[in-house]
Design a protein around this ligand. Sequence first.
Ligand code: SF4
Length: 462
Amino acid sequence: MFQVEYSDPRYKARDMLELILNKIMSGKTPDMIETTFLLSLKKQEEIQLLKRVARTIRKRHFGNKVFMYGFIYFSTHCRNNCTFCHFRKSNKGLVRYRKTPEEVIETACHMADSGVHLIDLTMGEDLKFYSQHENINNDLHENTYKHLHENTYKHLHESTNKHLHEAMNKHHHEWMGNQQPDGMKTVVDMVSSIHAKTGLPVMISLGKIPVELMSDFKNAGAAFYACYQETHNRSLFEKIRKDQDYDERYNSKLYAKKAGLLIEEGLLSGIGDTIDDTVNSLFEMKSMDADQTRSMTFIPQNGTPLERHPYVDPQKELLTISVMRTLFPDRLIPASLDIDGLSGLRQRLNAGANVVTSLVPPGKGLAGVAHSSLDIEDARRTPESILPVLEECSLVPASCDDFNHWISMRKLSSCITKPLNDSPKKYNKTSLYVENYPTLSAHQNDADLFTVNGHACHSATP
Ligand code: SF4
């Protein structure tokens, strides 16, 4: 439990919010107590100040540039039964689909032409997708697989993280069961084709996958592995991610990081989580050195155990995005179109997000996740449709070079930082990306300092 102590001698009589915001503006990140304080803000005036600080920090590290991700949910089949998910196995009240690799590649090319910076390949844990394609992928010879397996584990053996190795070994056997890896090769090949044809990096969001293939995915052109814990409260995790192993899911991201992929971690807001849970999640994200951190509001789904869950106010998600920006100044934070569609984009960007995610092209028969059809077929989730919103927020789309540069710098930064199991307090990375913006310095003038009680704030607008 984190108690906010207004009588904390560090703060004396000074206003705590002012002190925290000025600390953030001076280039530091809030500690757990301060993070709890920020997530507890209720007054609109104070929340708006926090958002302005978040935008200023974003500008310091990314200028006015925003990245855009094309989203391809290529199989809506899943073996799992997450209580919050529309596509859980037990939900019989929906039509599911499974796209062919050719359809996926064609859609990815279409999205690349429309201007996105990354292709996000997402599926449920659909074992059939893999088995369906086993025969056409028998070019992955057993010996090749054996070689891959040996090399991967050799790397792990050589590392000092024995615990992670053991956990991943267990994970592999439980995941694969009787499945052959050949089917997975289909997805690796898809990533490879998409990367070759579009020149774009790929994010894989395939659920828990055999860890041996992480390196293969990386070599094929995957830059990110996304696998959301949704909460880092273990008892809540057990309730919402039914019959899934907390540690396996968590460790899969550590393994991906070791294999050279960037990682995205995410949490779901409004599903029984407390402020302490959110603080804990944010510091877990720091601990795992997440490269992209997302917060999304829970949307009750028909045909699920939580379909009658009360409406969740997205303000909590927005506040979390702003606090994330203060904790992860130089990282990617999504403004997802999946929750409120195009109409919710402005407020997410104004909270400090710097990536527009869940762009889905119309006419391809593709679904979203939280809102399976919102804004898709009327073309409100395309790069073109978001441009006016970016303009309103004084933002512009980045170039592909900008994005690739950011990825390279992050990978470099990850390589030179400490091992994953170090205390998050030991991480102290400075932004390398800022070099791209010569008009910005890592610590702008003290004119940026905030005051809470009526003085003008020199910060990012609007
Ligand atoms: S959240 Fe993912 S793993 Fe869980 S049921 Fe939905 S698609 Fe499957």
